[in-house]
Design a binder for this molecule. Structure first.
Ligand code: NAD
Length: 271
């Protein structure tokens, strides 16, 4: 999709981190942005940031885990801004902990947001985008953990492997409708994902572990704005899979050329 300017772009989970940065970047490209989030106050804050910079945005409450709420939010977006031609499925949470420590409740929660949330939004938005008959684009924020196994994040990996497979298959279907699909696969990005996430352990002090991981992300200091740049470029150039950060690229090529090393690394206590 060459022309972002003048399009209507909906971003999920846009009240924080990568979603907020993507909403700001799309607005800077001239898109009119539907800023959506589970937390309406943070969505409003992002929309205000956009308008303060001379862009156009409106905020909407949207819980991606609830298909009814997604349909309702889409109707509000259509009423407030018009029909979106860009959808950025960004909303997501982290669940950390070994499989044996991860509760079924956490599995259900992360599946309903990270994987089914993407499906719910595509199911609601895509008929509108296809019917419009104009070029469009779906961006799914996956992760380098969408192609890299890692101990301690089995539930998160399961959702992101799902998002990547879904994105690649959907791309094959939507090409007929001039709608591109990109999966963005970031490495470690400094956002609220760890502080807002679920961490379960039968052995560790989970709050001490959370602070340790959060500090690691702080030290890594890779800003969400760089992921947002990849989102914009993926839309323009219709890229299929886009690793972001050096570690995400390294894992991408290791998986192809040395899958045994990826399996070996997955067993290491890296974080
Ligand atoms: P974040 O916690 O800063 O932002 C996530 C946003 O999603 C929040 O605003 C939150 O309110 C919203 N959200 C949570 N549940 C929701 C729901 N049910 N409906 C709608 N919105 C909901 O985290 P982030 O790092 O910016 O994460 C954004 C995406 O990027 C996620 O899909 C995450 O898995 C992915 N990702 C993050 C990293 C990283 O290192 N931060 C790396 C790879 C991929």
């Amino acid at each position: 999709m060459k022309k972002i300017e003048g399009s209507i772009a909906a971003v999920t989970g846009a009240g924080s981190g990568i979603g907020r940065a993507s909403a700001l970047a799309l607005a800077a490209e001239g898109a009119r942005v539907a800023v959506t989030d589970l937390n309406p106050a943070s969505a409003r804050e992002t929309a205000e940031l956009i308008t303060a910079r001379g862009g156009e945005a409106q905020s909407f409450a949207m819980d991606v885990s609830d298909p009814g709420h997604v349909r309702e939010a889409l109707a509000n977006i259509q009423h407030g801004l018009g029909n979106p031609s860009v959808l950025v499925n960004n909303a997501g949470i982290a669940v950390g902990g070994y499989f044996l420590d991860t509760s079924l409740e956490s599995w259900q929660k992360i599946m309903s947001i990270n994987l089914m949330g993407v499906v719910h939004c595509c199911q609601a938005f895509l008929p509108v985008m296809v019917l419009a008959g104009r070029p469009g684009h779906v961006v799914n924020i996956a992760s380098m953990l969408g192609y890299t196994p890692m101990r301690g994040v089995t539930a998160y990996c399961a959702t992101k492997f799902g998002v990547l497979g879904f994105s690649e298959s959907l791309r094959a279907e939507l090409g007929d409708h001039a709608i591109g699909v990109s999966a963005i696969c970031p490495g470690m990005i400094r956002t609220n994902i760890i502080s807002a996430g679920i961490l379960e352990s039968s052995e560790l002090d989970v709050e001490a572990k959370r602070s340790e991981i959060d500090a690691l992300y702080e030290r890594r200091n890779y800003p969400p704005a760089k992921v947002a740049r990849a989102v914009v470029s993926a839309i323009r150039r219709n890229r299929a899979v886009v690793p972001v950060t050096p570690e995400a690229w390294a894992a991408y090529y290791l998986k192809r050329w040395m899958p045994g090393v990826v399996g070996w690394l997955a067993r290491k206590e890296l974080v």
